[in-house]
Unconditional design. Structure first.
Length: 475
């Protein structure tokens, strides 16, 4: 049925993401990433229905010349490479992406007409570039819409902040007499306005199609419906309370009660079709054998899962060992044109330590999908070592990547220790994931129930929020 799913995220260098690589994946295309001097190829990725790359009516000549005579994916490749070259900061933000659910009741042609009207009125009319791609999976038609965070200027790009003007066109000033500035694009008000307009247009096109179906983005209270909030809403509210008030102990007790209740009473939804986990029993050897033979053993397991119909295959934490350019090339060639996505644990070395990550290999391209937010304190996370000029162990990115994207779905990813604590789950749930993937490496827990506790914890959270769960462990 038609739904109001409309979420946004920022694609930026600070999170290890690339606008070019994101565009290549969404357009199911081959693109050159100039910043890294490499080419990625997602041309065998399935599900692409339609794509467009559009400039606003008043776009400068250089932008028009840049994309002239190019396909939508070619225009996206040229433009986002230009954006990345312009942005110099290590934490630069390249684009805002909206992930928008399309009504399943409409045909692809009707959904394209709906999207074109939205883009024309809400994106292009405001001077923004619109790079949108329509994907379709069974029961999940959706659009990825990437837009610019800077205005196009005659000689390149303008500033991300612009002066605020009043109704008479005069700049608004603070009490100190300074001109007040606001984001040109990407603030909360823009999101709320676009989401409201999307709902209106969706209902308009449903009516044009003669369908007696409507969507409503208002809450139950706003609609005057006297319903008790579901566990999903109650838990989110309690979680927010824990983060903003001193009544954390009461909230923790309520969360624990919900968790125990869900573990005992709720049946977990089925996993997305074609998503499988591969458990391993490699013990302490996992990820520590530098020989390619160890990687070939893992590849054989991936091939076996793919032969049984798997499309997304999850391997445990640390399965690949150190993620290096050589290892990346091996897996890109191994996965090749199989039309599958492999997700596996690895470690990325940094000057100040390392990151515990999940990498994704798909259709001849590879990269970090998720960076662990909370490694195990003391044994992995050792921030005090940096005070003494030593490597600080595993990096903790507490607020990073609460959700990642797999096959167009927002997904909550967690590694090992994160499955035992509340914060990562709660943070991820506030971002509306459609599934949970967890990976662990528990060879060192022999003789204990730690793995069973981790599995039970993940299952309880998945059941509590009504989400499918895919989990892989090594013992």
């Amino acid at each position: 049925m038609a739904i109001t799913h409309f979420t946004v995220q920022i694609i930026g260098r600070g999170d290890g993401r690339s606008a070019v690589l994101s565009a290549a994946y969404r357009h199911c295309a081959r693109m050159e990433h100039e910043a890294e001097g490499r080419t990625v190829d997602y041309s065998n990725k399935r599900g692409l229905i339609h794509d467009e790359f559009l400039l606003p009516p008043d776009a400068p000549a250089w932008a028009r010349a840049l994309i002239a005579d190019r396909s939508a994916s070619g225009a996206a490749e040229a433009f986002w490479n230009t954006v990345e070259a312009f942005e110099k900061r290590a934490d630069a933000q390249f684009a805002r992406e909206a992930i928008i659910a399309l009504p399943v009741e409409l045909t692809p042609e009707q959904n394209i007409a709906l999207m074109r009207q939205f883009v024309d009125q809400e994106i292009l009319a405001h001077g923004q570039v619109a790079d949108w791609v329509y994907h379709d999976e069974p029961g999940n038609p959706h659009v990825h819409l990437m837009t610019t965070l800077r205005p196009l200027a005659e000689d390149g790009f303008g500033g991300k902040k612009v002066a605020v003007h009043d109704e008479d066109g005069q700049p608004v000033r603070t009490k100190a007499g300074k001109i007040r500035y606001a984001l040109w694009s990407g603030d909360k008000q823009e999101f709320l306005s676009q989401r409201a307009r999307w709902i209106d247009l969706q209902n308009h096109h449903l009516a044009l199609a003669g369908l007696d179906v409507r969507v409503d983005g208002r809450s139950y209270a706003e609609r005057g419906i006297d319903l008790v909030p579901t566990t999903h809403i109650a838990l989110a509210a309690l979680s927010l309370l824990a983060m903003t008030s001193r009544w954390w102990s009461v909230t923790a007790l309520a969360l624990a009660s919900c968790w125990i209740w869900s573990a005992a009473n709720w049946t977990a939804p089925p996993v997305p079709p074609g998503w499988v986990a591969v458990d391993l029993a490699a013990g302490a050897r996992l990820g520590r054998a530098p020989e390619l033979d160890a990687q070939r053993v893992l590849m054989a397991k991936v091939e076996k899962a793919a032969a049984s119909g798997a499309r997304v295959i999850l391997l445990p934490e640390s399965a690949l060992g150190l993620w290096t350019p050589t290892l990346e090339r091996f897996w890109v060639e191994a996965v090749g044109q199989r039309g599958i996505t492999m997700i596996a644990g690895a470690a990325v070395v940094r000057p100040d330590g390392y990151e515990n990550v999940l990498v994704e290999v798909s259709d001849s391209a590879a990269g970090v999908l998720y960076r662990e937010r909370m490694p195990v304190p003391v044994s992995m996370w050792q921030p005090w070592r940096s005070w003494m000029g030593e490597g600080a162990g595993a990096h903790a990115g507490f607020f990073n990547n609460p959700v990642v994207e797999v096959e167009g779905r927002p997904v909550a990813a967690l590694i090992c220790y994160e499955q035992l604590i509340v914060w990562p789950f709660v943070q991820s749930m506030l971002h509306g994931p459609k599934a949970i993937i967890t990976a662990g490496n528990g060879w060192w827990t022999a003789g204990t129930n730690i793995i069973a506790i981790q599995r039970s914890s993940s299952q309880a959270w998945a059941r509590l929020f009504g989400l499918p769960l895919v989990t892989a462990f090594n013992i």
